[in-house]
Design a protein around this ligand. Structure first.
Ligand SMILES: [Zn+2]
Length: 250
């Protein structure tokens, strides 16, 4: 689940100060690197798919996404930004009431690699508090914004009872694009994970970190298309795919 390959790569590149600096910024952002501490990516089960959505809640997209997930009877994971959750508490409750897993995506979405220790603590605590005030239960899951992290951030997350979760397939849907492009990007990640015998932890966005109201209709449409395509793909092989959340991999 956590291959030592990254460690070997770091050792191989650590031949000059420049390479080390490059490696640090690479491993501080690379979605599957474990060099800065353990993060959950995906279990070795190619039949499992976790749909994960960052940067919500967002009333321009989250309700439509919830409709699609309900139609297809799929449970997903939402990593919410604390400051948006405080502005849209009813929508946060709606996500939870639909049975989806909710995790923290910090309070204001900074790149934690670049933050002071004090700021990291404040972002994680405030993000948790926003969700816990609304939901009345502890938050256990955390996704670092941009996948940006450093050892202190991961230690602090663990100290707060949070498991950091990254991803291994990306929709590249945080900018204006088409449902087809998002679908293709994620399918490419899925195909790569199949070859590696891994579950797919798919990253999409139902919000935009700069403000409420981001158009994510492409992500909503891609979600519907992908669920149907995955089910067909596995049915053709007399297999059944399972839509899971990171809880299944704990
Ligand atoms: Zn984000």
């Amino acid at each position: 689940m956590f291959p030592p390959r990254d460690v070997e790569i770091l050792a191989a590149t650590a031949t000059s100060a420049l390479a080390v600096a490059g490696a640090i910024s690479y491993f501080g952002m690379a979605p599957s690197s474990q060099i800065f501490g353990r993060c959950m990516v995906a279990a070795p089960n190619p039949l499992q798919i976790a749909l994960t959505y960052d940067d919500g809640p967002n009333d321009a997209a989250t309700p439509q996404l919830l409709d699609v997930l309900a139609q297809h009877k799929v449970r997903a994971t939402f990593f919410l930004i604390g400051r948006f959750a405080r502005q849209r508490p009813a929508l946060v409750r709606t996500i939870a009431a639909a049975g989806h897993l909710i995790g923290s995506h910090t309070d204001t979405h900074p790149a934690l690699l670049l933050c002071s220790n004090a700021r990291i603590r404040q972002e994680l605590q405030a993000g948790n508090a926003a969700l816990e005030d609304i939901l009345g239960q502890p938050v256990r899951w955390f996704r670092p914004p941009y996948g940006s992290r450093r050892p202190y951030a991961l230690r602090q997350a663990r100290a707060l009872g949070l498991t950091p979760v990254l991803w291994n397939a990306m929709g590249y849907d945080w900018k204006p694009t088409t449902p087809q492009a998002v679908e293709q990007n994620l399918w490419r990640g899925f195909a790569r994970n199949q070859l590696r015998g891994l579950a797919t932890n798919a990253l999409m966005h139902d919000g935009g970190h700069t403000g409420l109201g981001a158009d994510r209709s492409h992500s909503v449409a891609a979600t519907a298309a992908l669920i149907a395509r995955w089910r067909q793909h596995f049915a053709a092989r007399h297999q059944h795919c399972e839509f899971v959340t990171p809880e299944a991999w704990a």
